[in-house]
Ligand binder design. Structure first.
Ligand code: SAH
Length: 393
């Protein structure tokens, strides 16, 4: 299974590489490999993440050639109308990004958390949850499996705020993954010191997924006792300056959240220079103080995707698992047709998947990853989307 198409290196200008994808040129930064013209490489998030032998690359490209152009035609056809807000957003997505779609895998490696975020099912105070932790070697093995066996080129490693993983352990994980199965690697572990993130960048980590959750400081302080929005935002700004690709966003429909907040939340995501917008509906979780609150609706979540796309044509916008959870059969397609162009598949080892219960009945927790991939690949093809990288402009 292959989620990204290798590009042929046309030009190397210091760390900036120009790649060719069937005649289309894309740029990517190369900080990790020795690379020269005529070689083949995979790029993700604007970074070269893997080299691939010429013979292997040409075989993959041969199998893609016909499909590549066919998919583009399907996508263009499906994006012709602009009557509704969703269609308008989808048309903008198509114009700015073509039919590219990023596919990330996510491994949730620990559900221990020192925090007590009111909305979150893995909060420290939830004593009814069975806790688990994957050891460093187990995390690396799961990542290597996702990259080498399942074909992922971009991975997110996520956990609660779990200090069991100190800086040395995190370094060992990043180093191990990047040595054995290079990919665009992102961590989502909550707040850590800038020094730790600096050290991880040096080992090849390139992405951080850290939502600011809400642009409203009062709601933030209520939802995350003992934390301040400013502290989170400062960290995000620091990480971006360090060179990280930032994935951030917010929860739609937290108690106290009003429709007027949509614009503020979207604007803050853009101001933070998010490489990828990641926002999802709030889903009340049993065993949390917000268990009886109202769930955000599918319509509102889709409206936010469309609004974010119309305001930020160049953004990558993710269909989050929470959105998929609202309608397991249709939400992924609806999100992709309302302006989104990225997806995330759960590749956590199946014995842990149900335990990472930030909210109940999460999409992708009860299906084997292989059949989930098949479903997603078929869906992407029916919508004319190709899992290519978008490059840097
Ligand atoms: N510890 C990491 C990861 C937290 S879990 C961090 O702090 O960034 C990942 C995301 O799940 C959170 O950022 C939050 O936006 C989302 N989440 C948590 N509880 C949720 C709920 N009840 N409904 C929807 N999303 C939720």
């Amino acid at each position: 299974m292959c989620y990204s198409i290798p590009g042929k290196v046309l030009e190397v200008n210091d760390t900036l590489v120009t790649l060719d994808y069937f005649g289309e040129k894309r740029k990517a930064r190369n900080e990790l490999f020795q690379i020269s013209c005529g070689e083949y490489a995979y790029a993700q998030g604007g970074f070269i993440i893997q080299k691939i032998p010429g013979v292997q690359a040409e075989a993959i490209l041969d199998s893609w050639q016909e499909l590549f152009f066919k998919l583009k035609e399907i996508d263009k056809r499906l994006a012709r109308d602009s009557g509704t807000r969703y269609q308008k957003a989808n048309q903008i997505r198509q114009r700015y990004h073509g039919n590219s779609c990023c596919v990330h895998g996510i491994i949730e490696f620990s559900n221990y958390c020192r925090n007590d975020c009111l909305y979150c099912g893995i909060q420290h105070k939830n004593l009814s949850l069975k806790r688990y932790r994957m050891e460093a070697a187990e995390i690396i093995d799961a990542a290597v499996y996702a990259v080498k066996k399942l074909g992922f080129k971009a991975l997110v490693l996520q956990s609660g705020e779990d200090e069991y993983y100190d800086e040395d352990t995190l370094i060992a994980v990043v180093e191990g993954v990047m040595r054995q199965s290079p990919c665009l690697l992102t961590l989502s572990i909550g707040e850590r010191s800038p020094d730790t993130f600096e050290a991880l960048y040096r080992k090849g980590l390139r992405g951080v997924l850290l939502r600011f959750e809400t642009s409203n400081p009062q709601i933030y302080a209520t939802m995350k006792p003992g934390h301040s929005l400013n502290q989170r935002l400062e960290l995000l700004v620091t990480l971006r300056k360090m060179g990280y690709l930032i994935m951030t966003g917010f929860l739609i429909g937290l108690p106290g959240w009003r429709k007027e907040d949509i614009i503020k939340d979207i604007s803050l995501t853009a101001e933070l220079g998010a490489e990828m917008f990641s926002f999802g509906p709030f889903i009340p979780c049993p065993d949390t103080p917000l268990a009886k609150e109202v769930q955000a609706s599918l319509e509102t979540a889709l409206e936010v995707i469309a609004e974010a796309r119309i305001r930020n044509p160049e953004a990558k916008i993710l269909v989050t698992t929470a959105l998929e959870t609202l309608d397991k059969k249709n939400a992924l397609q609806l999100g992709l047709m309302a302006g989104a162009n990225s997806i995330m598949l759960n590749v956590t080892p199946s014995r842990y998947r149900q335990l990472y219960s930030i909210y109940p009945f999460r999409a992708g927790t009860d299906t084997a990853i292989e059949s989930r991939i098949e479903f997603v690949v078929n869906l992407l093809q029916s919508l004319g989307r190709a899992p290519t990288d978008l490059g840097v402009s």
